[in-house]
Design a binder for this molecule. Structure first.
Ligand SMILES: Cc1cc2nc3c(=O)[nH]c(=O)nc-3n(C[C@H](O)[C@H](O)[C@H](O)COP(=O)(O)OP(=O)(O)OC[C@H]3O[C@@H](n4cnc5c(N)ncnc54)[C@H](O)[C@@H]3O)c2cc1C
Length: 384
């Protein structure tokens, strides 16, 4: 077996995460709080600036290395969902922003003095059908006026900046439905209470997510990223990195569940022997492990292609699909292995079980990945 090229990163992230044991995350979950100290520590150590080029103050690592950081956070019992936006939301700005915008924001994001944790795409009435979003941004001199509504927008209360997708040309006036959408940077510190209202959504996971209401929110025209009307294309450009990073988080969760299940099955004695001696207990754990290992190979394949600048849409989507499914299977097996104790908060299984379930729905649901593979990889007719 070849040595892991990212072992140094693994060791360092693990050492940092070790300062935040299970009790820490359990306490935050019970209080429905936000893991401030954990996020501060990761940002402070520069881990979330991994994908920002050195020229803008980041460490300029590839997707493979960045994905290891995310994997380790979840593998150590944490939840990267509280912070992953800080690693990848700046991608749109990096790829399509002007030099002035990049200089204005990226060094501060890299230093951790600015947080760009939020990205607002989803809307209540349109869901996955993104090109039909109804939030509009209308140019008025050197400002845009934003009106509309978003839903499920995460980490807004723990961010300074938000990437916003809004329609700048009405759907009826564009040749293709993907045209006429634009991306903006919203300074949340100025916007909240001045045209933007944030309403938290209590949910299954302890995940800070919100409804947003835009009522004549003014944003400077200088906050438009790239060309007006090209926002949907810019959004798609960022998806491969995002999907691969989320796949890595799921893989981290999967290993965590398998490690816990193995340990518990080896120690728990029922009918005078460890439950793990029973094939009915050990086979599902072995199966879960196999699925995670397979997903992991696809994750590294996606990273390799991405870091070589090659197309990786199929691999990134398949990695996300396999990893989200594998982590959920592992969660289920782990809970079953623990029996009744799996339901007790003090064992952390039920918390991670809830957390990992999200990834079959967000940021993209499994059906959308299947539709992508059917159409773009297999050449089947478009289904929607
Ligand atoms: C905790 C959480 C955090 C989130 N954070 C963010 C965020 O920060 N920013 C953001 O913009 N969004 C965020 N989202 C939204 C998330 O991306 C969406 O929930 C997800 O993309 C699915 O959209 P929807 O909920 O509107 O489902 P819908 O589009 O209403 O779909 C419902 C179900 O029907 C299926 N479906 C719909 N159409 C088809 C079809 N044609 N073929 C087959 N199946 C179909 C879907 O796969 C899904 O299972 C978050 C969601 C959650 C739950």
């Amino acid at each position: 077996m070849t040595a892991d090229p990212h072992q140094d990163i693994r060791d360092a992230v693990r050492a940092l995460c070790a300062q935040f044991p299970d009790e820490y995350f359990r306490r935050i979950d019970a209080a429905r709080g936000y893991p401030e100290a954990f996020v501060d520590a990761l940002i402070g150590a520069g881990w979330l600036a991994a994908m920002i080029p050195e020229a803008y103050g980041g460490t300029g690592l590839g997707l493979g290395a960045a994905s290891v950081i995310m994997e380790e956070i979840n593998r150590c019992g944490g939840n990267a969902g509280a912070l992953h936006g800080q690693m990848y939301n700046m991608g749109t700005l990096l790829r399509h922003g002007s030099e002035a915008q990049k200089r204005a924001y990226l060094p501060q994001v890299a230093a951790g003095t600015l947080r760009i944790q939020s990205m607002a795409v989803t809307e209540p009435t349109t869901g996955t059908d993104t090109t039909k979003i109804r939030t509009t941004a209308v140019r008025n001199g050197d400002r845009y006026l934003v009106n509309g509504q978003k839903v499920w927008i995460s980490r807004v209360q723990h961010s300074d900046l938000m990437i916003l997708l809004a329609r700048t040309t009405p759907l009826a006036e564009v040749g293709k439905r993907s045209e006429g959408l634009s991306i903006f940077i919203v300074d949340l510190r100025e916007a909240i209470g001045h045209g933007l209202t944030v309403r938290p959504i209590p949910n299954l996971v302890n995940h800070e997510t919100n409804e947003l209401f835009f009522d004549n929110l003014e944003i400077p025209a200088a906050n438009l990223i790239g060309d007006e009307g090209q926002g949907f294309r810019y959004l798609l450009d960022g998806l491969n990195a995002e999907r691969t990073l989320i796949a890595a988080e799921c893989i981290g969760d999967g290993y965590w569940f398998v490690e816990r299940a193995v340990k518990y099955a080896s120690n728990r004695v029922v009918f005078d022997r460890p439950i793990g001696m029973n094939q009915g207990v050990q086979f599902p754990i072995a199966e879960a492990h196999i699925a995670i290992e397979a997903a992991n190979l696809m994750r590294y394949r996606a990273c390799e292609l991405f870091d070589a600048g090659a197309p990786c849409g199929a691999e990134a989507n398949m990695a996300k699909y396999l990893a989200a499914k594998a982590s959920w299977e592992a969660a289920n097996v782990c809970l079953q292995t623990y029996g009744g104790f799996g339901f007790a908060t003090e064992y952390d299984i039920e918390r991670k079980f809830r957390e990992t379930r999200l990834y079959q729905v967000a940021p993209v649901s499994t059906n959308m990945i299947l539709a992508y593979v059917a159409e773009h990889v297999l050449g089947l007719p478009r289904s929607f």
